[in-house]
Design a protein around this ligand. Structure first.
Ligand code: FMN
Length: 183
């Protein structure tokens, strides 16, 4: 970590490792197919290097949005430490590849079952409810997608009675630029 700048990475490391962490459930922003901003809660599954991994179903709207436009942002807020993080960059969609297979292998049966439901997320139902899982594990794996956001920009904001602080990081060709900015 850069001397004197905040260690933002520790929060994502904690979120990926601890289900109870404030950094576990993040908000994923994408560009809607109609150009309007879209946002939803997702679970941070892995953080490695500058890559943030989230799991999703390839039949859902966010998959179509990110395929059309990979620009994405993950947002988190921890009330206890009064820190907000916003990480932005291109999201790569790993479907049916080695990255997806490795993540699928680590999933519990209960989690896998959510991908065994037909029809896909967002399909209109005749009434409230959720169809029972009825496809095979192999079919479920075909719609299991790892969304991997490669961080190119990161905004750190700390609210504090003694003075709010904000830092901005950006990465170009492997080099990082860090700067303090007016909160
Ligand atoms: C606490 C929480 C965690 C969630 N985690 C995920 C997740 O990891 N992946 C996912 O695709 N949807 C997750 N969802 C559901 C999404 O927020 C969203 O409702 C769903 O994926 C459909 O989004 P879309 O139509 O924009 O694709 C979660 C919802 C909540 C409330």
């Amino acid at each position: 970590m850069l001397a004197d700048f905040p260690d933002w990475a520790q929060h994502f490391t904690e979120g990926a490792a601890s289900p109870g962490s404030a950094w576990r459930n993040l908000a994923l922003g994408s560009i809607g197919l109609d150009g309007a901003p879209q946002i939803r809660t997702v679970v941070l599954r892995r953080f490695s290097g500058l890559a943030l991994d989230v799991h999703t179903d390839a039949r859902c709207t966010k998959y179509a949005e990110l395929r059309a436009n990979p620009a994405a942002t993950l947002h988190g807020w921890d009330a206890a430490s009064a820190i907000q993080l916003r990480a932005s960059g291109p999201a790569r969609l790993h479907l049916g590849d080695a990255v997806a297979a490795e993540s699928w292998a680590g999933l519990r049966e209960q989690t896998r079952a959510t991908y065994r439901v037909r029809p896909g997320p967002g399909t209109t139902l005749a009434g409230p409810g959720n169809p029972a899982p009825d496809t095979t594990d192999a079919e479920a794996q075909r719609v299991f997608c790892v969304v991997r956001l490669e961080i190119r920009k990161l905004d750190w904001l700390h609210l504090d009675r003694g003075g709010n602080r904000r830092a901005r990081f950006s990465w170009v060709d492997g080099a990082v630029l860090a700067e303090w900015v007016v909160p």
